[in-house]
Design a protein around this ligand. Structure first.
Ligand code: DX5
Ligand code: ZN
Length: 218
């Protein structure tokens, strides 16, 4: 199971140390949520954050764009050496063109699917996508409760498109992990459970322990 840490829940005033601890704990990748305050009612990071993270870590970085206008970010993010750029299937822009544009810029193409969006609505785009990100919660905030019925979307995609990597973003914790694993995602994006304790003492051990729970629980 690939586990990606959503840095939204990091102790942001000590981010470099947080990233070091995530690396030492054996996290597989970093997940950076970019929000514009329009597509979602929150604001988080911008491209400069991605640039700075790239300077301090060799971990793969996935960028999750929760913005109305992803087009304006594609070029600048493509210079940050990120693995995958994820856009939302609910934007008003031309999705097919945007996905192709990301590919042309040399990044893996990701499509995030919010809880209210059904797979049948995005089916036409899936052949263009490397990574489908099923949102376990409404996009915009960490620490929300998993909407369990979304888990069936994983099997729905898998039964038609065998090559797409499928991730679940939001609501992953020690209470939901068994149910989530039964749905067989390839990747878990985890923020709150892994990082939100802000416990400075034994921070590395705490992250390691939680990562172990997520990876070992059946
Ligand atoms: C929500 C974000 C997630 C979030 C993860 O809009 O896309 O990446 O940080 O959620 P939790 O905190 O539930 O793991
Ligand atoms: Zn995210």
């Amino acid at each position: 199971m690939h586990v990606s840490a959503s840095i939204l829940s990091c102790d942001l005033l000590n981010l470099e140390t947080e990233i070091e601890n995530l690396e030492k704990a054996g996290i597989d990748s970093l997940h950076v949520d970019i929000m514009d305050g329009h597509f979602v009612p929150n604001i988080s990071f911008g491209v400069d954050m991605v640039k700075q993270l790239r300077l301090i870590s060799n971990l793969p970085i996935n960028v999750h764009l929760m913005v109305d206008n992803p087009k304006q970010f594609i070029d600048s993010i493509s210079h940050c050496n990120v693995e995958c750029l994820i856009i939302h299937s609910e934007i008003k822009q031309n999705i097919e063109n945007t996905l192709k544009n990301i590919k042309r810029h040399g990044m893996d193409v990701g499509l995030a699917i919010s809880p209210q969006t059904q797979i049948v609505e995005v089916m036409q785009y899936l052949p263009l996508v490397d990574f489908a990100l099923i949102m376990g919660v409404p996009p915009g905030f960490g620490g929300q409760k998993l909407i369990e019925p979304v888990l069936s979307k994983i099997g729905e995609i898998r039964s038609i498109h065998h090559k797409i990597t499928i991730g679940l973003d939001g609501g992953v914790n020690e209470n939901t992990i068994a149910l989530i694993k039964a749905a067989k995602p390839d990747t878990l994006v985890v923020g709150n459970y892994l990082l939100a304790s802000f416990q400075k003492k034994n921070r590395l051990d705490d992250i390691k322990e939680k990562l172990k729970i997520l990876c070992q629980r059946k």
